[in-house]
Design a protein around this ligand. Structure first.
Ligand SMILES: CC(=O)N[C@H]1[C@@H](OP(=O)(O)OP(=O)(O)OC[C@H]2O[C@@H](n3ccc(=O)[nH]c3=O)[C@H](O)[C@@H]2O)O[C@H](CO)[C@@H](O)[C@@H]1O[C@H](C)C(=O)N[C@@H](C)C(=O)N[C@H](CCC(=O)O)C(=O)O
Ligand SMILES: Nc1ncnc2c1ncn2[C@@H]1O[C@H](COP(=O)(O)OP(=O)(O)OP(=O)(O)O)[C@@H](O)[C@H]1O
Ligand SMILES: N[C@H](CCC[C@H](N)C(=O)O)C(=O)O
Ligand SMILES: [Mg+2]
Length: 492
């Protein structure tokens, strides 16, 4: 594609440098990705600055550069005010507007996004709609999996992945819209058809600073809904009737609103809910009919997650029986309430709860399983919302019988300082702090007795610990398994 064709999609720009119209074969924003004929978009980021790498990009063969700053370059320079936004436009155009050829379902909210995307995937696939998933765990279509660095990929990777989905025969894509992703415009230009809100509670105040700003970021998914209208199909906002934030979101969207909840005030709701230790059964009621479902997930919050996915099925006019089959086909999500198999007389569960609300929910769900004692291992991430640390510690001590505080991903912070922040939220002696996560897990497992439940929270599927700039292999599930094996040998 010629540079002039690519720049034609930009709302505003000024051309500087040599007057040529090179063929652009690739778009990139990291200098290491540059190949001859690339357009290098220079973005000033949080940690680094793409503008520092312009010369290197040209040395590697960049045919043109996009930047917000004027330089004297040997290749054409496209000057824009907001390079990140410009990249979103360009990526969309370069990959030929992939979201226009797909049914796009965006999921936002503090907790439950990954779970809901998998449930929506189950519902759509059971209706024969081939669907790709983009989120925290991966970018996945059928058996093809790409690792994801972010929950919501940057606009370039997002459009590229959606294009792959489209070109390989998917008819839908379900993706997680994180507040960071929304506020950084990673989804800008992505034509979402159905936007889902799971819930809103405290998180990410390090980045958004106030809950108001955090809400504004989340609301973007709904206020941007429908601004393209190219598909000539109605847009839907699927909102959690029982979360007060939904009322605010409802005022910010022109899309049709479908609510879900656990009372008949919602459009899609659950009745006859029965919780078991690893499953939940209930009846899903939609305006087009009812269906019974045996969900392979525990916890009331997963009933909400399932209802959100069922609401998508309803909107897509999928028969209720097929919706139920789709939900039942989802056997779990890696690192979410994942039971560690072993021969001991107690239950060990790995879960990704890393916010106050999710921790409370998961401990409550475990409490409903009537354990002898509920023990939790919990830490808080470094370089992330510090305000949530004492709150999470308090919740751990309130909803578990005993808590082992430990390191999550300390990143650039001193792990002992993070533990001190946590300890500020608690009194008494129903906890111990152990910096080393393996030692903490071992301590919890060694103190377990018959009938106890041990919840190892915070890192779920993560296969590493981020300590300073290092990514050290660490997997809660395999660490727990190896400790349990060691304990078995010691017992013999
Ligand atoms: C704070 C933040 O969100 N940062 C994201 C942001 O990075 P950035 O633009 O600030 O990048 P940067 O490293 O400063 O680099 C600036 C530019 O220089 C370029 N560069 C950089 C280095 C170099 O050697 N050469 C080079 O060309 C980079 O390609 C980039 O274009 O854009 C990058 C590309 O989109 C993201 O990968 C990166 O996420 C980082 C890794 C991150 O940790 N983000 C977290 C906070 C986040 O986004 N989390 C949410 C989930 C939250 C939740 O809901 O729980 C998510 O969606 O993942
Ligand atoms: N609807 C929900 N409400 C509250 N907590 C939930 C809900 N769904 C899941 N959780 C809890 O939150 C944890 C994370 O769930 P999930 O990965 O689905 O959320 P997420 O929003 O994708 O998280 P992230 O922001 O990291 O991408 C789960 O392990 C569980 O403890
Ligand atoms: N998407 C979240 C994940 C947090 C996971 C937790 N283990 C931590 O590192 O704090 C974030 O980037 O804030
Ligand atoms: Mg997620």
């Amino acid at each position: 594609m010629r540079l002039s064709e690519l720049t034609g999609c930009l709302p505003f720009y000024v051309m500087k440098g040599p007057e040529s119209d090179p063929e652009i074969v690739k778009v990139c924003h990291h200098h290491q990705d540059v190949e001859p004929g690339s357009l290098f978009t220079a973005i000033k980021g949080e940690k680094s600055d793409g503008r520092f790498y312009i010369e290197k990009a040209i040395e590697k063969g960049a045919a043109a550069v996009l930047s917000d700053t004027e330089y004297d370059l040997s290749v054409p320079l496209i000057m824009v005010k907001q390079p990140r936004h410009a990249l979103a436009y360009i990526a969309n155009h370069f990959y030929d507007y992939p979201s226009f050829g797909l049914n796009v379902i965006g999921v936002t909210g503090t907790n439950g996004k990954t779970t809901v995307t998998h449930m929506v995937h189950g519902v759509l696939e059971s209706a024969g709609i081939k669907t790709g998933i983009i989120g925290t765990l991966y970018m996945k279509q059928g058996d093809r999996i790409k690792k994801s660095e972010n929950t919501t990929p940057d606009s370039l990777l997002l459009q590229q992945t959606l294009a792959e989905f489209r070109d390989e025969g998917s008819r839908a894509a379900v993706l997680e819209a994180s507040s960071h992703g929304l506020s950084q415009g990673r989804m800008y230009g992505c034509d979402v058809d159905i936007a889902i809100l799971t819930n809103l509670t405290q998180d990410h105040l390090d980045y958004h600073e106030t809950m108001e700003h955090y809400k504004c970021a989340k609301t973007l998914l709904f206020s941007q809904l429908g601004h393209t209208h190219v598909k000539n199909a109605p847009k839907f906002a699927v909102l959690n009737h029982d979360d007060p934030f939904s009322k605010e979101v409802a005022t910010a969207t022109s899309a049709h609103i479908i609510t879900y909840g656990i009372t008949s005030e919602a459009d899609v709701y659950a009745k006859n809910i029965h919780s078991y230790s690893e499953t939940t059964s209930f009846t899903i009621c939609t305006p087009s009919g009812e269906t019974d479902v045996e969900l392979r997930f525990a916890g009331m919050f997963n009933v909400y997650n399932a209802l959100a996915a069922a609401a998508v099925g309803f909107v897509k006019r999928i028969p209720t029986g097929v919706i139920a089959k789709g939900l039942e086909s989802v056997s779990g999500v890696p690192g979410r309430f994942e039971i560690v198999k072993h021969n001991g007389p107690y239950t060990v569960i790995v879960d990704y709860a890393h916010t106050p609300d999710s921790l409370k929910n998961i401990l409550q769900a475990a409490g409903e399983m009537k354990p002898n004692k509920l023990i939790t291992v919990i830490g808080c991430g470094g370089d992330r919302d510090r305000a949530k640390r004492p709150i999470m510690a308090k919740i751990a001590c309130e909803f578990a019988d005993y808590a082992v505080f430990t390191s999550d991903n300390p990143r650039s912070e001193d792990p002992k300082k993070i533990l001190r922040d946590m300890e500020k939220g608690v009194q008494g002696n129903s906890y111990i702090s152990l910096v080393d996560r393996r030692a903490a897990i071992k301590y919890a497992l060694k103190s377990a007795e018959a009938g106890d439940i041990i919840i190892i929270a915070g890192k779920g599927h993560e296969k590493y610990q981020l300590i300073n700039k290092e990514k050290i292999p660490f997997d809660d599930k395999s660490v727990a398994e190896s400790i349990l094996n060691e304990m078995l040998i010691e017992d013999v």
